[in-house]
Design a protein around this ligand. Structure first.
Ligand code: SAM
Length: 369
């Protein structure tokens, strides 16, 4: 076995190993990384792909993240909040389509009306999505930013059981450069701890290829994932949005390098954290049409078909080139099924798809954050 082969088969990768894997460029070596990530994925989480239908229910946001197209200061975006009926219609469609799980995502809002709307929607979706194949109704993931612990508890009690909150980067200086002063890495870490305390399965992740981000920083992100009770990772390339402060930043990586780094990151996370769920995100598809398939081929096992009504999608543009902006959910279903099949995988229908990591931790006695 050569040096790379030995690293790929280690049970505990070091920071230096991770840096080496993230930096691979040679096609023969990246193919070895991809093959090993697939092997580990099959052994640890299986071959199936789990769907989370995603409804982007509001682009109203109190935050001003320097990278994000729906940041509060972007006056060019028309703000929307879907009606309760529209969200319920999307949830019913999701259950009928057999997707098994739903993500409700929005900008960050702390107003009591929004907090109560989410609690009500979660209760209704759980109750009204019960079907013969889905006796507990849809699994619900929330992705609604930093909230007080009481709000997390309210939403958990209402019946949501997973929450996705990306740490974006674990490097303090980089975090400070891409956020306004009011948003801190300490608060983001606390919010993740609060989510675990509230009883959520916690998902997190980072943006990849932010100018100034080094391979060492990304390796540290992976060590952070490995060192905490995390169940899901959603990562994608940082992509510029013209109407944000970072829209004018120069991307030092050539597009092909940026894509390869993003795929290496997925594969490296699969090797370092073998039994959690990893999403092949839409941002990968913004880089190349088969981006999601490539994510799946590098060890990802989750993907998120977009169920947001087409009339709202144009106003939930986080970065330039976001794909599927005018595809109805029916078209997305056919297209994604084909994409998953093209990499020889099948979709696990009517399942929540919680990762083995969760069952393992529960059996071991819940580890605290
Ligand atoms: N408000 C919630 C939150 O902050 O977690 C959910 C919505 S937020 C728009 C979802 C994710 O979009 C962020 O965690 C961020 O990583 C990603 N995102 C925003 N702008 C992006 C960009 N320009 N490129 C890539 N990802 C971006």
């Amino acid at each position: 076995m050569n040096a790379l082969g030995a690293i790929l088969h280690k049970t505990e990768l070091t920071r230096d190993d991770l840096v080496l894997l993230l930096g691979l460029r040679d096609p023969v070596e990246t193919a070895c990384l991809r093959a090993r990530a697939q092997e580990v994925m099959r052994a640890q989480v299986g071959d199936s792909v789990f769907y989370r239908g995603i409804i982007e229910l509001s682009n109203v946001c109190a935050c001003d993240c320097n990278y994000c197209g729906i940041r509060a200061s972007n006056g060019k975006v028309e703000r929307f909040t879907l009606s309760e009926a529209e969200v319920m219609d999307g949830a019913a469609w999701c259950a009928e389509a057999g997707y098994g799980s739903l993500v409700l995502q929005a900008g960050e809002r702390g107003d009591p009306g929004f907090r109560d709307l989410i609690a009500r929607l979660v209760r209704r979706i759980r109750a009204e999505s019960v079907r013969p194949g889905l006796p507990q109704g849809l699994g619900i993931t929330l992705s609604l930013g930093e909230q007080p612990l009481e709000t997390y508890r309210l939403w958990r009690a209402a019946g949501a059981h997973r929450y996705l909150l990306r740490i974006e980067t674990t490097d303090p200086d980089l975090f400070a450069r891409i956020h306004p002063e009011a948003q801190t890495l300490a608060a983001r870490r606390q919010a993740l701890a609060d989510l675990a305390a509230a009883g959520f399965l916690v998902g997190t992740g980072v943006m990849i290829g932010i100018p100034g981000q080094t391979l060492e920083m990304l390796a540290d992100d992976i060590l952070f994932f490995r060192g905490h009770p995390i169940d899901m990772i959603g990562m994608g390339p940082w992509l510029a949005h013209d109407d944000t402060p970072m829209g004018a930043w120069t991307q030092p990586l050539a597009p092909a390098e940026h894509l390869q780094l993003s795929l290496n990151m997925i594969a490296a996370v699969r090797l370092a954290c073998p039994d959690l769920n990893i999403a092949a995100t839409t941002a990968l598809q913004a880089m190349v049409p088969d981006g999601r398939e490539r994510g799946l081929a590098h060890g990802a096992n989750v993907t998120m078909p977009n169920l947001t009504p087409v009339h709202a999608r144009g106003n939930y543009k986080l970065y330039e080139g976001k794909p599927c902006m005018d595809e109805a959910r029916e078209e997305c279903r056919g297209c994604l099924m084909g994409r998953v099949a093209s990499v020889g995988r099948t979709v696990a229908l009517n399942q929540w798809g919680d990762p083995p990591a969760f069952a393992r931790r529960t059996a071991e006695g819940e580890s605290s954050w």
